[in-house]
Design a binder for this molecule. Sequence first.
Ligand SMILES: [Ca+2]
Ligand SMILES: [Ca+2]
Length: 208
Amino acid sequence: MAQDTFSFLIFTLLAWKAATSSGQESVFGVDRTNNTAGSESPFLEAAGDGQQCPAVCPACPATPGCPACPNAPPCPRRIPPGYTQHGSLGYYKMHYELRTWPEAKAACEREGGYLAVLNSQEEANLAGSFLQRYNIVAHLLVGFFDVTKNGTYITVLNEPLSSTGYEEWASSEPNDVGRENCGSYFPNEGLNDEDCNVAKAFLCELFA
Ligand SMILES: [Ca+2]
Ligand SMILES: [Ca+2]
């Protein structure tokens, strides 16, 4: 009989333990893994793609898609890697690796910028200086193209080239040799219509 009583007590103890460990409460309190508690911070699981936002409301969220604190002051501007400021002209990144014009445009956009649009002689001089500092004699790709392939040039920001503030063509350009429907700049000379499939260095610019 003593053995039966002991076995019963063991069974009861195991059954109680199984019941309590399968409940909704964990040793850490409310289970936050399934976002069903209703009292969770809205900063959890807000980012999508499996990313979690910080549990504590951040002043400037590092994760895209996560909200900032309500009433938080504006966050400092986040500058993508490799971009440097050039006075009042803004932020630029010179790419010395060679890309075709469509590839260059996409690369700038992936970085959060755009293939540079030259808006003044000063900005054109800056663009040229990125090549001249290494004595590179070449064109660099910039952000305009022949949208109709018939001499109607617009920028990657969808504005007429004539409205940019800089429309100085290099000597004898645009000449549309073969099929030249993309934009480049020749330092100290001016703009050129370029073969879109020829890989060249390129300049990216950030929005002001
Ligand atoms: Ca510009
Ligand atoms: Ca040309």
